[in-house]
Design a protein around this ligand. Structure first.
Ligand code: ARG
Length: 460
């Protein structure tokens, strides 16, 4: 007999290293609050069905309240010997209240307990993360609305393609986040089921009321199948997929910010408080926040792979492998939450440099398509127009000038259909205004898109 909670069957204690190797308390203690919530709901249900007396329930409630206080105050005696958060709290409870503490685990197993705790913890985290996405989207849309007339080059292949407004570009960011938000809410909806009562794997012979615990803990319903309840971690895979994709989006935005803050682009400035300097080069102002977010994307993308691989060969039902779900999941939560927070703080304070953006747009023949479209309007087939404008651009490249710098006579040398009104098509404002349909970069369309985007976010 040994001192552990399963001592009865064992004739020697656990090897000291194995104890450390198998323990999870160093990282699963962050679910302590949820473990206590779950135990309170379970105990109340046991009392309602007649398994615990009112007195026993009262003692359990008092004991758990004290433990909650000890944990909050940093005074709880966490112990590696007690392996995980569940056994640490249960042992402490028994230490505090005696017999009644030992009865708490009736009709329950750590297997359904941990499955419940993770869901409760993840649900809380999802709500914080959802609020950060909303805050960031509001910031992006607010900035976009101020810049429907700030013209920058739109890129494909990172080569100047066509003029767009800075506001229009920002709304593209917003769309990515809008989808991330809906993925997160989907994940929350699917995972919000209560595994409590599945016990070790087959259910329990006690007359438990799974609907009571499910509703006390704010779940939609009890889970359907006890085997699946203790072994399912696909909610965690889904969350990690959400985190990886959201971080990938933030990383793309980061990459743009890093490029745009460089002296070569100089499209935007970030406030000093989001940057750091160099210990050797006095001129430096480094965009640390976007760089770090871009770098941290490696973590979340790795965590998704860890979670998938963790699950791929597990037979039903619970296996100890599942203890490995927590570190990737928790780090994914922290990484995506903090990155969103940094972005939500930073984005409304981005200062665009309209002059530099405009100069860059003028440099790259961004209105070449507009010249081709002009010729098409005058009756030329698009393929021929493409050819004509290509030759004109070739000449401009040679002479290091823009299309709008060519004289009317020179332009007419490329095609006789060109008339004086061509210069309206060659201006950046004209190009922008012409893309006047839903999803286009025309200023009135971007203004309307901002209003629709804000309304969607406000509906949440
Ligand atoms: N610490 C374990 C985990 O994280 C709790 C469940 C352990 N159950 C068991 N039968 N060993 O998954």
């Amino acid at each position: 007999n040994t001192s552990t909670l399963w001592g009865g069957r064992f004739s020697e204690g656990t090897d000291a290293f194995v104890q450390r190797f198998t323990a999870s308390v160093t990282f699963d203690q962050r679910m302590a609050e949820e473990d206590i919530e779950g135990s309170l709901a379970h105990a109340a249900m046991l009392n309602a069905v007649g398994v615990l007396t009112d007195d026993e329930l009262g003692q359990i409630q008092t004991g758990l309240a004290q433990i909650k206080g000890e944990i909050a105050a940093g005074e709880f005696p966490w112990s590696i010997e007690l392996e995980d958060v569940h056994m640490n709290i249960e042992s402490r409870l028994t230490q505090l209240i005696g017999m009644a503490g030992k009865k708490l685990h009736t009709g329950r197993s750590r297997n359904d307990q941990v499955a419940t705790d993770i869901r409760l913890h993840l649900r809380k985290s999802i709500d914080v993360i959802a609020a950060e996405i909303t805050r960031l989207q509001n910031g992006i849309i607010g900035l976009a609305a101020q810049h429907t007339l700030t013209i920058m080059p739109g890129f494909t292949h990172l080569q100047t393609a066509q003029p767009v407004s800075f506001g229009h570009h920002l709304l593209a960011w917003n769309e990515m986040l809008e989808r991330d938000y809906s993925r997160l809410i989907d994940c929350r909806e699917r995972m919000n089921m209560c595994p409590l009562g599945a016990a070790a794997l087959a259910g329990t012979s006690y007359p438990i009321d799974r609907h009571q615990t499910a509703s006390a803990l704010g779940f939609r319903a009890p889970t359907e199948n006890s085997l699946d309840s203790v072994s399912d971690r696909d909610f965690a895979v889904e969350f990690c997929a959400f985190a990886a994709l959201t971080m990938t989006h933030l990383s793309r935005m980061s990459e743009e910010l890093v490029l745009w803050t460089s002296a070569q682009f100089d499209f935007v400035r970030l406030p000093d408080r989001f940057c750091t300097g160099s210990s050797i080069m006095p001129q430096k102002k480094n965009p640390d926040v976007p760089e770090l977010v871009r770098g941290k994307t490696g973590r979340t993308n790795g965590h998704l792979m860890s979670m998938l691989t963790l699950m791929k060969s597990q037979p039903l039902a619970y296996n100890k492998d599942n203890q490995e779900d927590k570190e990737p999941l928790f780090d994914a939560i922290d990484t995506v939450r903090d990155s969103l927070r940094a972005f939500a703080d930073m984005v409304p304070n981005i200062q665009p440099n309209a002059e530099a953006m405009r100069a860059a747009t003028l440099k790259g023949f961004a209105t070449a398509t507009d010249l081709a479209d002009y010729l098409v309007r005058k009756g030329l087939p698009f393929r021929d127009a493409h050819e004509v404008v290509g030759s004109a651009v070739g000449l401009c490249v040679e002479r290091k000038i823009d299309l709008s710098d060519l004289s009317l006579e020179e332009l007419q040398g490329f095609h006789s259909l060109i008339e004086a009104d061509v210069f309206d098509a060659l201006t950046l404002e004209g190009s922008l205004k012409a893309r006047d349909h839903i999803g286009g970069t025309a200023p009135n369309q971007v203004t309307a898109a901002c209003q629709r985007a804000l309304a969607k976010v406000a509906e949440r």
